[in-house]
Ligand binder design. Sequence first.
Ligand SMILES: *Cc1c(COP(=O)(O)O)cnc(C)c1O
Length: 393
Amino acid sequence: MSKDWNPRTKLVHAGTRRSQYGEVAEAIYLTQGFVYETAEQAEARFIEIGEDEFIYARYGNPTVRMFEERIAAVEGAEDAFATASGMAAVNGALVSMLKAGDHVVASRALFGSCLYILEEILTRYGVEVTFVDGTDLDQWRAAVREDTKAVFLETVSNPTLEVIDLKSVSEIAHAKGALVVVDNVFATPVFSRAFENGADVVVYSATKHIDGQGRCLGGVVLGTKEFIRGTLEPYLKHTGGSLSPFNAWVMLKGMETLELRCRAQAESALAVAQALEGHAKVKTVLYPFLDSHPQCHIARAQMEKGGTVVSIEVEGGQEGAFRFLNALEIFTISNNLGDAKSLVTHPATTTHQRLPEDQKKALGISPGLVRISLGIESTADLIADLEKALEAI
Ligand SMILES: *Cc1c(COP(=O)(O)O)cnc(C)c1O
């Protein structure tokens, strides 16, 4: 593989390991174990494992390794470790580097399960966590201390699509020696290379755009070789969060079309955001590349496109939102995102149902808020479907 290849080429070819049969499609090595020719070879492999050597699928597997090398090449990271889900990746990245007494600063607008890890799990083991409004740099400056080990944030938040100034937060964190851990799902590996803006560790739920066709759970953590192999791998390989070879193969095939899908989806997202802004039944449209978005300048500086999700607040609160959701024909009601199929979610009653009312309010998760994940269908059909369903309110 050439380092000069564009991401679109790397997404198709990087990391490919051909067997002696010369297969075109990547092989699925659906095996948990590996055999050794001699007892001496087994002994040697347990002392030091070579580039093309494997011991046990929880530690590594050739199909999984292809996926890790491909995503690392696209992201420009030294190495990657694939995990069973996005949450195994988030948990692994944080728990593997932290110990009792450490301090973490996190943006408050987080995916529910990420919030659970920071608020419930880490604190149970003696890690102190301070939450900030991620868009307010003064709050980051006030919260990051000499003993802060890591900062954690979603570059674009779910479901209100706030955009965090990654470069500035990284500068604040690095000045105190803290690592910057970024959940980059909403920005996608196609539109945002978080390492260029200062991230030290980048996490993806591969369940979203990387699979992109609603089939498998998966995740990945990217970073330096030292972090991935020295800090993260020992934790993950002994605690069982590794990716299955079959799911890694699905992710590899997903990556081949990742850039084409994300571009088509982002184009539809922008068109939908523009079409719905000012609509009589729509109070607010949230999309990072709209001029009306409070962080649109930051979004344009750190992302090539605005992403594949649009959130809107419709008239009529929850009743209005439900009428709208139930009237859609192409969009289906589901809590996934990044899929080839267009999906809609009502965060207040599903993904964010368990948040207390005051937190919902603080995060902008109002009863009328609907999250729209654009798929790869015709943009015109999607806009027509949304406009027709809005009339049901
Ligand atoms: C979906 C998601 C996750 C969790 O990923 P899973 O694959 O469902 O475990 C984490 N962070 C963000 C931002 C997500 O959208």
